[in-house]
Design a protein around this ligand. Structure first.
Ligand code: ADP
Ligand code: ASP
Ligand code: MG
Length: 436
């Protein structure tokens, strides 16, 4: 068996959905297990619907969008009736109470994937491909209770095998969602369907995990910033994990880890061009040397912590890291000296952090920064850094911090958000300019 995960763009219109079903039919003999995202931009629409409900407006857009599919695909209206009325009641509840907690937000967003699997599975059945749909929890996905970014618990593997192991029809499972131990709905963070695919693949011992998207694979840069970016044919797990974590939007940040653990190849495929081989992520050494991709994360906060020397050098670093651990803050890029630490954070509670650090250090923060990461195994660190600095200097782009890991897999630099586009273009030209 193998996993085929389809993102929202594969289910954006009834026509696209039919093409996606045709891809499934072609692979039917290989026993595909399907994982689906919400159709088109439904997750975004649900976020908007939540906001509107807070302003006493109940939106009908999601219902209309899904009903259009049912009539275009000649499916019974009943297959999503119950869910649509539950969604209406939830939105009504949000508008009455005037509150939208992270827990409620997760339940709200779960409707996208739940609607999607019901419609797609009904369509497969209609065209003669026997199929059953599963909500994440019915497929065995158990998470912790960190609403909006829950983690899948290890017990899920056994539960998934139990739930899906004997399934003879084509299972169509919701990506992105699960339930915690108390039975509350959780989500795995935006883009989380990739992770569901990888978790199912690991639990079921899949031969391959395929992530079908609207691009030819993982590209050497975000195609929206660098239209000439090229497809990477092969990537090692370590490189892919680094790429995902440091912001390549094409993969959810932790999606590769379960597949990596089980050594199952992950293939990124283009649903618009199924014959294109895409990118394969595999167990092994990287095949290319030099920089292979340039990626970014914007909207980060740069924090500079300087010791007031009340604590010794090692006491200072240990105390600061303990505070990060206590507050559950994960740091992306960091540079330390004996008496200072510079690092980037996103989405952390800065006030609490400053309060805890103030007694023994000064803290300065500045927002609207971008982390730009060069992924690849550079043969010479000094040559790589020289190329970066020369290219950015020539364009008068100021680099505010630089971090070059011992693994040489990742070199990250911090620039202003406003300089991001230009920086990516300049660096792409410096590293790939002569190669195309
Ligand atoms: P899906 O939700 O269908 O799984 P995503 O929209 O999450 O797919 O990811 C695909 C999108 O990621 C592409 O359309 C592309 O615009 C964007 N992207 C950003 N960086 C990269 C990259 N390095 N390689 C490929 N796509 C990228
Ligand atoms: N539908 C969810 C999102 O838009 C999950 C996913 O697409 O992977 O983030
Ligand atoms: Mg995605």
């Amino acid at each position: 068996m193998f996993i085929m995960k389809f993102g929202g763009s594969s289910l954006q219109t009834p026509e696209r959905l039919r093409e996606t079903a045709a891809i499934v039919r072609k692979h039917q003999h290989l026993r595909p297990f399907l994982v689906l995202s919400a159709m088109g931009h439904t997750t975004e629409d649900l976020v908007d619907a939540g906001r509107s409900a807070l302003n006493q407006r109940i939106e009908a857009r999601i219902e209309t969008f899904h009903r259009t599919f049912l009539s275009a695909l000649d499916l019974s209206l009943e297959c999503v009736d119950t869910l649509l009325s539950e969604l209406y009641s939830l939105l009504k509840g949000i508008s009455l109470i005037g509150e939208l907690t992270p827990k409620t937000q997760d339940t709200l967003l779960s409707f996208g994937e739940r609607l999607s699997v019901r419609i797609f599975s009904a369509y497969l059945n209609r065209i003669g491909l026997p199929s059953s749909h599963y909500d994440g929890w019915d497929a065995g996905i158990l998470t912790d209770s960190q609403y909006t970014h829950a983690e899948v618990l290890p017990e899920s593997s056994e539960r998934i095998r139990h739930a899906l192991g004997l399934e003879t029809k084509i299972p169509v499972v919701t990506g992105f969602i699960g339930k915690d131990g108390q039975g509350n709905i959780t989500t795995l963070g935006r883009g989380g369907s990739d992770l569901t695919a990888s978790v199912l693949g690991q639990a079921l011992g899949a031969k391959e995990i395929q992530l079908w998207k609207d691009v030819d694979g993982i590209l050497s840069a975000d195609p929206r910033l660098v239209p000439a970016a090229a497809t990477l044919e092969r990537l090692s797990f370590v490189e892919a994990a680094e790429l995902a974590y440091f912001g390549a939007k094409v993969l959810h940040p932790t999606s590769i880890l379960p597949a990596m653990d089980a050594k199952i190849p992950v293939r990124i495929k283009n649903h618009r061009d199924p014959s294109h081989p895409g990118t394969v992520i595999f167990e092994g050494e990287s095949v290319k040397s030099g920089v292979i991709a340039i990626i970014y994360k914007s909207n980060q906060t740069l924090v500079h912590i300087e010791s007031t020397r009340m604590l010794g050098q090692s006491g200072f670093l240990a105390t600061v890291f303990q505070i990060f651990a206590d507050l559950g803050i994960s740091v992306d890029v960091i540079a330390t000296s004996e008496v200072s630490i510079s690092l980037t954070l996103s989405g952390a509670d800065l006030n609490e952090l400053i309060k805890r650090i103030k007694p023994f250090a000064t803290v300065r923060t500045s927002r609207s920064k971008s982390i730009l990461s060069l992924i690849g195994t550079a043969t010479s660190s000094s040559r790589l850094l020289e190329t970066v600095m020369r290219a950015l200097n020539r364009e008068k782009i100021d680099v505010q911090m630089i971090s070059h890991g011992a693994s040489k897999i990742n070199t990250s630099l911090i620039v202003e958000d406003g300089e991001l586009k230009r920086s990516v273009a300049v660096l792409y030209d410096a590293f790939f300019g002569g190669k195309e």
